[in-house]
Ligand binder design. Structure first.
Ligand code: BTN
Length: 329
C-alpha cells in the first residue's frame, strides 16, 4: 500500500476526529513534510481535509471521484474490481483504454473508469455523452470461455446486471430494450457497448463498456438528446452517489457472470425477458441497409432476436435498433 493510501486509511479510521501530523508521521515512519505533501495529493483527488497547525488533519468528506480505494471499500466481489482498477479523470474512451490493456494481457476483472470521456462511444458509431462527474463510464475486461458466436449472451447479461442495479438502488422501474438499452420512463438511462476480440475460433477478450446517466440535470443534455435521454437525477429528482451504483453494478455483474458459467444461459435469459417488454409486441428493426417489421417472437438461446415478419417468416436478428410499433400494453 502506498504512503498516501496508508495516510488516507489512518484519517478514515479517525473520521470526524483530528489527527496530529506528528502521530501520522510516526505511524507511517515518514517526515511531517511528507505527510503534508500526501495530504495535498489527497485534496487534489477531491478529499475534503481540514488542516490546522495545532490540531493536525481532519477528514471531513471522502472524494466524490470513482477512485479505486473508494470502490474497493465494502466491495463484495472476487474478480471484478479486486485486481486493477484504472481510473482516469479524463480519457478518450474507457473501451479504448480497456482494449489496449487487454491486448497487453490484462486479466479478466480489470476495471477501467473515467470521470469524463472526450470520445465516449456508443453502438453503431454513435457518441456517448460523458460529462465530468455526472455519470458512470466504466469498461470491464472479460476473458470468457465462449465461442465468438455466443458473445451476444454477455451483452444481454450486462443489461440484466445494469437494470437490476438501478432497480435495487433507486425507485425507478428500469426496463431493457433489446439488445441492451436501459430505459426509464420511455427514455434511455444507460447503454452498453460490448466489443469482442477473437483468436482461433475462441474469444480472446471481451470489453463490456457501460455508461449510466446518473446525476446529469435533464436540461443539460445536448438538445438532440433531451427528448430521448434520461438520468437518475432527472427521473427521481435527486442526485445519487455514483460510487454506490458502481459497486453494486460490479457485484451484480459478477453474480450473473458466475451464474452463466455455472447454470448456462437459461437463468440470464429468463431474467432478461422479465425485464424487457418486447416479446409479443410489434416492432421494427433497422439494420444497416434493411428494415424488418413484425412481431418479436423470442430471444433464442444465443441471445438473438427472433422476429416474425409480415409474410410469416422467422428472421433471426443479431443486432440493430428497434422501434416499438404498438402502444405499451
Ligand atoms: C450505446 O447504448 O450506444 C452504448 C453506450 C456505451 C457507453 C459506454 S461509457 C463507458 C464505455 N466507454 C465508451 O466509450 N463507451 C462505453
Amino acid at each position: 500500500m502506498s504512503t498516501k493510501d496508508e495516510l488516507l486509511n489512518c484519517l478514515k479510521e479517525e473520521k470526524g476526529k483530528w489527527v496530529s501530523g506528528e502521530s501520522l508521521s510516526r505511524k507511517m515512519t515518514v517526515t511531517r513534510s511528507a505527510v503534508w505533501k500526501h495530504i495535498g495529493r489527497l485534496k487534489e483527488e477531491g478529499y475534503v481535509i481540514e488542516s490546522s497547525r495545532k490540531k493536525g488533519y481532519l477528514l471531513r468528506q471522502a472524494s466524490d471521484l470513482l477512485l479505486a480505494n473508494e470502490i474497493r471499500e465494502g466491495l463484495e466481489t472476487r474478480i471484478f474490481g479486486k485486481g486493477d482498477i484504472v481510473h482516469f479523470l479524463e480519457t478518450d474512451s474507457t473501451n479504448l483504454r480497456a482494449k489496449a490493456l487487454a491486448q497487453d494481457g490484462a486479466p479478466e476483472g480489470t476495471v477501467v473508469i473515467a470521470e469524463s470521456q472526450t470520445e465516449g462511444r456508443g453502438r453503431r458509431g454513435r457518441a456517448w455523452y460523458s460529462p465530468a462527474g455526472e455519470g458512470v463510464y466504466v469498461s470491464l475486461i472479460l476473458r470468457p470461455a465462449l465461442p465468438p458466436n455466443e458473445a451476444a449472451k454477455l451483452t444481454l447479461l450486462s443489461s440484466v446486471a445494469v437494470a437490476e442495479t438501478l432497480n435495487a438502488l433507486t425507485p425507478l422501474a428500469a426496463r431493457i430494450k433489446w439488445p441492451n438499452d436501459i430505459m426509464a420512463g420511455g427514455r434511455k438511462l444507460a447503454g452498453i457497448l460490448t466489443q469482442v476480440s477473437t483468436e482461433m475460433e475462441a474469444v480472446d477478450y471481451m470489453i463490456v463498456g457501460i455508461g449510466i446517466n446518473v446525476n446529469t440535470p435533464p436540461e443539460s443534455f445536448p438538445a438532440d438528446l433531451r427528448s430521448v435521454a434520461a438520468s437518475v437525477r432527472g427521473e427521481t429528482g435527486s442526485s445519487f452517489p455514483r460510487i454506490t451504483l458502481l459497486r453494486l453494478l460490479l457485484e451484480q455483474f459478477e453474480t450473473w457472470y458466475g451464474r452463466l458459467a455455472e447454470c448456462g444461459f437459461q437463468p440470464v435469459m429468463e431474467r432478461w425477458k422479465a425485464l424487457s417488454d418486447i416479446i409479443g409486441r410489434r416492432i421494427s428493426v433497422d439494420l444497416l441497409n434493411h428494415r424488418y417489421s413484425g412481431e418479436a417472437v423470442d430471444i433464442d438461446q444465443d441471445g438473438v432476436l427472433v422476429l416474425r415478419d409480415g409474410r410469416g417468416a422467422l428472421q433471426r436478428i443479431i443486432s440493430g435498433d428497434i422501434t416499438l410499433q404498438d402502444e405499451h400494453r
